[in-house]
Design a protein around this ligand. Structure first.
Ligand SMILES: NC(=O)c1ccc[n+]([C@@H]2O[C@H](COP(=O)([O-])OP(=O)(O)OC[C@H]3O[C@@H](n4cnc5c(N)ncnc54)[C@H](O)[C@@H]3O)[C@@H](O)[C@H]2O)c1
Ligand SMILES: [Zn+2]
Length: 357
């Protein structure tokens, strides 16, 4: 069993990682939510079908009254209407302020359920039980909870820390391969920005079985890095920005393809490689870095190029710039394991975005 402490003063909590933890989570949830009598388990239909009943039994065994609230799977559920339905279901269950929420899910019900916990009766305590690689290494840690608005992703949300994050790496065995690789793109990102040792571990992964074998270690290292960055910068204005490596170009790719052709992780994979090729050419990054990243990503069945020309991506980046002010802050690498913020203005932005098409 691995334990990582996220030190945020009065909002501190532990991340616990262990194979097969799901069936042993009862006492850990009780420790995190000591006062609760009722628990709302927020999940989606797919995860509920796979693990819902088993998890409910675990929680009942810890003395809770449990109501599973399953939303339809997919990003389409991360909206205000579904949030309203979840809150209504919590109210119909008769939850009071001392009761709690547990999310059992990937990042979509995790962000939605965390936001529901943040606003129900002005806040009830919650625990995250992430079930995708992305959620286990990224979205369940850090306290960002949100829903999408018709005008954009994550536009309504809050910072609301969980009381605990409980991770069973075995749960991702039922994930579709595309989501495994999608999550691994973000895992590669952590190695790039902060840990060459972690990156070297990825260089030894050749099959999905290799990934499953190394998963507890990968999750531990990624959570450790995310916890460090979140502790340094709980309000998302400095260190935490390093987590955006690959994301400026990645978001532009997602938008250009209307969030259909590329998953988020796939777009980020391309973004990391394209940007690093440019910063290498500009002498900001050690030679050979982009090739090294591309090799690891290809072995994980992730794309490293895109058909769209830079001229198609740049307007999406300019759109970001409008929202955030004059400058775009890219995250670049000095070398694998060492990253820095690279604020860029005006014409120079296009120097950093080339797709080779
Ligand atoms: N809060 C944050 O800091 C943060 C960070 C990164 C991403 N996010 C958000 O996370 C979301 C993406 O997360 P995601 O990729 O986990 O999406 P998701 O929750 O939609 O899960 C992806 C798919 O996998 C299925 N699934 C989940 N667990 C499974 C399991 N164990 N076995 C089989 N199928 C399973 C789901 O039903 C879904 O269809 C986005 O909305 C993104 O904005 C949030
Ligand atoms: Zn991301």
């Amino acid at each position: 069993m691995e334990r990582i402490h996220v030190n945020l003063g009065s909002e501190s909590y532990d991340i616990t990682i262990d194979r097969g933890l799901l069936d042993r989570m009862g006492p850990l949830v009780r420790l995190a939510l000591p006062q609760a009598e009722k628990l709302a388990v927020i999940t989606d239909d797919t995860v509920d079908g796979l693990y819902g009943e088993r998890f409910e039994k675990v929680l009942r065994g810890a003395g809770y009254e449990v109501r599973r609230i399953a939303v339809p799977h997919g990003e389409g559920s991360k909206n205000l209407r579904t949030l309203g339905e979840v809150l209504e279901a919590m109210s119909a269950f008769g939850m009071t302020r001392s009761d709690g929420v547990v999310t059992l899910s990937g990042g979509v019900p995790g962000d939605l359920g965390g936001f529901a916990a943040a606003v129900y009766l002005r806040g009830v305590p919650f625990v995250q039980v992430p079930t995708t690689i992305l959620a286990q290494i990224d979205s369940s840690v850090g306290g960002k909870v949100a829903v999408d608005l018709p005008s954009g992703k994550n536009l309504a949300g809050s910072f609301y820390q969980p009381k605990a994050v409980l991770i069973d790496p075995e749960l991702v065995r039922t994930l579709a391969p595309r989501y495994i690789h999608d999550g691994m793109a973000e895992a590669v990102k952590y190695g790039c920005i902060r840990s060459e040792a972690l990156f070297r571990l990825y260089e030894g992964l050749h099959t999905d079985e290799d990934i499953f074998g190394a998963l507890p270690q990968i999750i531990r290292e990624c959570c450790r890095i995310k916890a460090e960055l979140v502790e340094e910068d709980v309000r998302d204005n400095g260190a935490r920005m390093l987590l955006n490596f690959g994301h400026t170009i990645g978001h532009a790719i997602e938008r250009e393809y209307h969030y259909e052709t590329y998953t988020h992780g796939e777009a980020v994979a391309v973004g990391m490689v394209l940007l690093t090729r440019r910063t290498e050419a500009l002498g900001l990054t050690a030679k050979g870095t982009a090739d090294r990243i591309a090799r690891v990503l290809r072995a994980l069945s992730l794309p490293v190029t895109v058909e769209a020309p830079a001229s198609a991506l740049l307007p999406h980046i300019a759109h970001d710039k409008k929202k955030r002010g004059r400058r775009i802050t890219f995250v670049a690498l000095r070398r694998i394991g060492e990253s820095f913020l690279l604020p860029v203005e005006g014409e120079r932005i296009s120097e950093l975005v080339e797709t080779g098409v």
